[in-house]
Design a protein around this ligand. Structure first.
Ligand SMILES: C=CC1=C(C)c2cc3[nH]c(cc4nc(cc5[nH]c(cc1n2)c(C)c5CCC(=O)O)C(CCC(=O)O)=C4C)c(C)c3C=C
Ligand SMILES: [Fe+2]
Length: 438
């Protein structure tokens, strides 16, 4: 077997974000048939360099390590696809909840490594047992799958009730978000006790992971809402090309990137001195389902579209500049002393310059979910932000946008949720161990 096809994980060293380097990956098929001819053939495919063939083993970069200082899926270079799910916890038993989180952790470690959800898998438990993996990812690789867990405010306290004995561990940063001007939130698309963000370059791999976690959570959790996303709308690494959102603009140009440890420490990772030590090394996730009213947008002129964002549609350069990564010149004046980037342009209102230095890490995805029943596409941006304190970062930013942004004519916020994303799982730990065992 070529070294590229090996599944050894202990030769990996942590990088400067606390994660280990991507590891070589195996397809589930090869694991499942590890003693059979299929295994030999798959390995031979890699050895022969046929990595582009559909049945070839995953290249090294396709497995993102599960364990580390921080959870994967935050600064991990954003994958192409997402399945996000929010659960309600339907048991009042802390023991049942913790047992499920332990089981989920084992499964997540396996699935992100490209393995089946459990050892006996789709067919190994015999004819007379329900399979312990649903099977739809059997022939697929890990495809950079990351699974990131978060805990919502309602897990700590629901209607004044401390269901799981963790109310005193609720961080101040995890307060419910305030209502913003123009919010049209649907309760069925908002909130949740626990969230899982599954990201992968293969949609079936992400869906398979969420489905198997939901299956094992039966009786403990129930799916509250879920969202599929495609075409990431942000870059989280300087190695990535900036993608475009459904309005056709490059999105993620001025995002915090994995290669900027100072910005990550200041704006993304919870510091040990911040409120609630169990969150040190974690972050907070804000999710907003934002409808994009693409029909009126598509009837506006290019000039208006560029004015709304404050950037050009072609290169993504700030108005008045040449290249995508040129600085915003927010003080620049054009004809008649008018600002080159309008007072209500999206990039001005969301910029650190306008917000006392505040920044967030964006990691959203496009979505289209059929029609809204009125002849329009139900399309938009599933906005995800990671920050060290949503109350101090996302809230003031969104307040400024909700009140003043020219973009508001073309968008509507219909879903909202906030989650505390605990630190990464170390050896022997499980999802939530710093909260429940700390
Ligand atoms: C509260 C935070 C933000 C929401 C909500 C939001 C919605 C939203 N954004 C776009 C498209 C673009 N956003 C861009 C930049 C940008 N957006 C935010 C924050 C929110 N956006 C920030 C912090 C920034 C960076 C500002 C800066 O410092 O320059 C851009 C420009 C390219 C880029 O830098 O990413 C686009 C395009 C949509 C379509 C949308 C809701 C549907
Ligand atoms: Fe934006």
């Amino acid at each position: 077997m070529s070294s590229q096809a090996s599944n050894s994980r202990n030769d990996n060293q942590p990088d400067d974000t606390g994660r280990t380097e991507p590891r070589p990956g195996l397809s589930r098929r090869r694991l499942f048939g590890a003693v059979g001819a299929g295994a030999v053939l798959a390995g031979a495919g890699v050895a022969a360099g046929r990595l582009t063939a559909p049945e070839a083993a995953a290249p090294t970069s396709e497995v993102v390590p599960f364990r580390g200082t921080h959870q994967a899926g935050i600064v991990t270079a954003a994958q192409d696809r997402m399945h996000f799910v929010a659960f309600d916890v339907i048991t009042d038993s802390r023991d049942e909840l913790v047992a499920m989180l332990k089981k989920w952790t084992e499964m997540a470690a396996r699935m992100t490594a490209g393995e089946e959800a459990a050892e006996d898998g789709a067919i190994g438990a015999g004819e007379y047992n329900p399979p312990s993996d649903t099977g739809e990812a059997l022939d697929l690789h890990a495809s950079k799958l990351t699974l990131t867990i978060g805990f919502g405010p309602s897990l700590f306290e629901t209607n004044g009730k401390d269901r799981f004995g963790i109310a005193d561990k609720k961080p101040a940063a995890l307060a419910d978000l305030p209502k913003f001007t123009g919010d049209a939130l649907e309760p069925a698309r908002s909130g949740g006790d626990i969230a899982i963000q599954a990201c992968s370059d293969d949609p079936q791999v992400a869906v398979h992971a969420v489905r198997n976690l939901a299956r094992v959570g039966f009786g403990v959790v129930a799916v509250r809402w879920s969202q599929l996303g495609f075409g990431r709308t942000s870059s989280t690494s300087t190695s990535q090309k900036t993608p475009r959102n459904l309005f056709g603009f490059k999105d993620g140009t001025r995002n915090i990137k994995a290669e900027d440890p100072d910005a990550l420490a200041e704006f993304v990772w919870v510091d040990p001195r911040d409120d609630q030590s169990w969150m040190a090394g974690g972050s907070y996730l804000v999710a907003r389902r934002i409808r994009m009213l693409i029909e009126p947008w598509d009837r506006t002129t290019l000039h208006e579209q560029e004015r709304v964002f404050g950037r050009t549609k072609g290169s993504g350069a700030p108005l008045g500049r040449k290249d995508e990564f040129d600085d915003l010149q927010l003080g620049a004046k054009g004809a008649g002393g008018k600002p080159v980037i309008d007072k209500d342009a999206h990039v001005r209102l969301a910029s650190a310059e306008e917000l006392n230095g505040i920044q967030i890490l964006r990691r959203g995805y496009n979505f289209t979910d059929g029609t809204d029943g009125f002849g329009h596409l139900d399309a938009g941006l599933f906005f995800i932000a990671y920050c060290r304190d949503p109350q101090k970062q996302f809230v003031p930013m969104q307040q400024n946008l909700a009140r003043n942004d020219a973009l508001n004519e073309y968008i509507k916020h219909v879903g909202s949720a906030v989650f505390a994303v605990p630190p990464g799982v170390g050896d022997g730990g499980y999802w939530g161990s710093t909260l429940f065992d700390g």
